[in-house]
Design a protein around this ligand. Structure first.
Ligand code: TXA
Ligand code: MG
Length: 314
């Protein structure tokens, strides 16, 4: 490891032991998942939750996702239902988050779920985070490891860029999926609050129902106006006219202009999703003043891609 990154650790048994102890005490760590890196803390400890909100500069009304190893680890934290069971069986562990009713005896600190009567839960599939969760006797509250409203990190070095030496970070390589999990509300008629790699069609097919299209009520992911911002203006559906502006494209193209960045030459939407945040960060670091980006085909992962660039453009 380069000297510059003294607080980025490779994972091994010794680090696992240290990680468990640190989290138990209520400290916060930068941790890998298959979607994006998270800021993990003990969901049963008030001091840990307070630290997460403070580090992220997150408004207290925006609830956190609670991460578990598997269904057995849920104990009595939430009330599960039939739709949950079906989705869990098919997609978990994996990039999907469920909103469920909170149980009265739940040990989750209410601040973590913004004092609501619901909780968001997720079972990440990335190997390192799964090993950690398996060894804990509490779940992890874990928002994406970025300052509120900015781009989510997909590598340990991205997390370092956000928080420098304020936290220790476990290096799990590049996040495979590259955008945040699909969030689905299961407290009523199922409704997608945040699109992700697991799309509405796959969910509809499995549950054999139509999803609710009702606009989300307060305290849902879509409501924060600015989100996923790379720190420079993002313009959708137009070409740049200046070399100081970058252009994010997608699909077959022989264009070799230096300010053109292709997310997937194979026109693969999953690959494009895995490259989106990384490319936006790279463009910002190279000193471009603006990002122009094409509109993605609006199906499958394209729905999630369009959602992220739209919010980044606000
Ligand atoms: O992929 C992911 O989900 C990543 C990794 C680290 O697991 N986590 C993540 O967390 O994206 P965060 O905090 O950046 O986004 C969670 C979203 C927020 O937009 C929040 O509003 C929503 O989930 N959320 C959390 N609890 C909720 C609840 N009880 N009701 C409605 N929305 C909720
Ligand atoms: Mg986030």
């Amino acid at each position: 490891m380069k000297k510059k990154y003294k607080n980025i650790y490779s994972f091994n048994t010794k680090i696992l032991k240290k990680t468990v102890k640190t989290l138990k005490r209520g400290e916060i760590l930068g941790l890998p998942t298959e979607t994006v890196y998270g800021l993990g803390g003990n969901a049963y400890l008030r001091k840990a939750i307070l630290k997460i909100f403070k580090l992220k500069k997150r408004p207290p009304e925006n609830p956190l996702i609670i991460h578990y190893y598997n269904k057995k680890y849920l104990k009595n934290d939430v009330i599960i239902n039939e739709n949950f069971n079906k989705l869990y069986k098919k997609f978990c562990p994996g990039p999907i988050t469920f909103i469920l009713k909170k149980n009265k005896n739940s040990k989750i600190i209410s601040l973590a779920n913004a004092n609501q009567n619901t909780v968001a839960i997720r079972f990440p599939s990335q190997k390192i985070i799964r090993t950690i969760l398996k060894n804990l006797d509490f779940p992890l509250a874990m928002p994406s490891a970025n300052i509120s409203s900015r781009l989510s990190p997909i590598s340990a070095f991205d997390v370092f860029d956000e928080f420098k030496k304020k936290i220790s970070i476990i290096n799990g390589g590049k996040s495979r999926i590259g955008i945040e999990s699909t969030v689905i509300d299961l407290t009523n008629k199922p409704r997608i609050l945040r699109p992700g790699i697991i799309g509405a069609d796959a969910i509809k097919k499995l549950l054999k129902i139509n999803l609710s299209k009702k606009k989300t009520q307060i305290k849902s992911p879509g409501l924060l106006k600015k989100h996923y911002s790379p720190g420079i203006p993002v313009i959708i559906g137009r070409k740049p006219k200046s070399l100081k502006h970058a252009y994010i494209i997608f699909g077959k193209s022989n264009d070799k202009r230096k300010n053109y960045f292709n997310l997937s030459k194979k026109a693969n939407l999953k690959e494009a999703a895995a490259n989106l945040y990384m490319t936006m960060r790279k463009i910002k670091k190279k000193g471009y003043e603006k990002i122009f980006v094409i509109k993605f085909p609006n199906y499958g992962p394209g729905v999630a891609l369009n959602d992220r660039i739209l919010k980044a453009s606000k």
